[in-house]
Write a protein that binds this ligand. Structure first.
Ligand SMILES: Cc1ncc(COP(=O)(O)O)c(C=O)c1O
Length: 401
């Protein structure tokens, strides 16, 4: 066979499972298929009016050029520093902040700065789809640490310890977690911090769902636990999820100056700055009224109760009650190997296809998150859509035997 003109690094990775499932559901809807999509990793709410207005004001004030500096307008960097101090007890100077095209770019820029051929990154599974493939794109090896539903989907200190080798560059911590909704407790994090103390391992702490917590769960940033670790931790956050701003593409990171400087250098060769107008909108999000978050959080909390209780009543389904984010991640392994009117259910991917074709409900297979035998449903959808979606899933699963 002739050698491919394209790089093995790109040929070897997968397109994001969530972005692909989202595109497939969107295409079916455009074709007029009667579909309930519980795929999207984005709030179904509009961006709050005061934030939209700030963007319009930015356009009218002529904020339509490249930003200076490219790594974020100074007012926004200061607002991010204030947010970290207020919410997380973390003190940064504006020079330690990078503002990017979504948190996805913040994470990738850090991985570009940290990972070389053969380096390892510890990633607890189930994991958000992009971490592992971003590491592979840089020639690194994701070391996947499977976590258990019975351990609340949290990596233990012993698991972390066992995964460390001389090639470990960083450990990834995502709390609240997409796809499980797991939230690491202070005790969990202290135990992990103890393992990392005295090593040279970095931490990428993805805290993008920080504001979406239920059952009085507390968000703790691992960087706040140990000053030594703060010097090796990149805290990642953004406005996409908390302020219903996924399309505006503003994420940010804070960390040690040497790492941030390298990430900023990468950004200058890559995207320059994220959209100027969006940066002014993000500034309003972080400094304006915050009650919009609570309004959305309460709606998500109700929908979570609704979907968890429906799923747990279905035979062969066991659903962990998430304490954060807006996803449920039910275990469906008992259904694998059974037969359906459309053929054998070989795995979670075929179960997902079955639900799409038989029930007209779109979700994402656990395999895309490094966890076969599970499905991910987003409950960032209207309550009546969730109810109707669950009716359809229940009826379709009833046809599996
Ligand atoms: C865990 C996690 N991190 C990061 C992101 C990226 O968010 P954005 O690039 O929209 O800021 C997402 C989006 O789905 C996510 O779920």
């Amino acid at each position: 066979m002739p050698k491919s003109p394209f790089t093995q690094r790109v040929l070897n990775i997968q397109a994001s499972a969530t972005v692909s499932a989202f595109a497939k559901a969107g295409e079916l809807k455009r074709q007029g298929v009667d579909l309930i999509s519980l795929v999207a990793g984005e709030p179904d709410f509009e961006t709050p009016a005061h934030i939209r207005d700030a963007a319009i004001r930015a356009i009218e004030a002529g904020h339509t050029r490249y930003t200076n500096p490219a790594s974020g307008i100074p007012e926004l960097k200061q607002a991010i520093c204030d947010k970290f101090e207020r919410d997380n007890g973390l003190r940064y100077s504006p020079s330690q902040i990078i503002v990017t095209c979504g948190a996805k770019q913040t994470i990738f820029d850090a991985i570009i700065a940290l990972i070389e051929d053969g380096d390892e990154a510890i990633i607890p599974a189930p994991y958000w789809t992009s971490y592992a493939d971003q590491v592979r794109l840089m020639g690194g090896n994701p070391i996947i640490v499977p976590t258990a539903q019975d351990a609340d989907f949290c990596m233990t200190a012993r698991q972390l310890q066992n995964a460390i080798t001389s090639r470990t560059k960083f450990a990834l911590l995502n709390s609240p977690c997409n796809p499980t909704g797991a939230v690491y407790t202070r005790e969990n994090l202290e135990a992990l911090a103890d393992v990392l103390a005295g090593t040279t391992i970095y931490v990428i702490a993805d805290e993008i769902y920080e504001k979406l917590l239920y059952d009085n769960a507390e968000h703790v940033s691992i960087a706040a636990l140990l000053p030594e670790l703060a010097d090796r931790t990149l805290v990642v956050n953004g406005v996409s999820k908390s302020y219903a701003m996924t399309g505006w593409r503003v994420g940010y990171g804070a960390g040690p100056q040497n790492l941030i400087d390298l990430m900023i250098k990468v950004q200058t060769q890559e995207t320059t700055n994220t959209c100027t107008i969006s940066q002014y909108a993000a500034l309003e999000a972080l400094t304006g009224p915050q009650n919009c978050i609570e309004r959305m959080r309460r709606a998500f909390a109700k929908r979570r109760d609704q979907i968890v209780s429906r799923l747990n009543q279905m035979p062969g389904v066991s659903c962990f009650s998430p304490r954060g984010a807006f996803y449920v991640f039910p275990r469906v392994s008992e259904l694998i190997g059974n037969s359906s009117p459309r053929g054998r259910i070989d795995n979670d991917v075929s179960l997902c296809d079955f639900l799409l074709e038989e029930a007209g409900v779109a979700c994402v297979p656990g395999t895309g998150f490094g966890a076969p035998g599970y499905l991910r449903f987003s409950y960032a959808a209207a309550a009546d859509e969730i109810a109707q979606g669950m009716d359809r899933v229940e009826a379709a699963l009833g046809r599996i035997e």
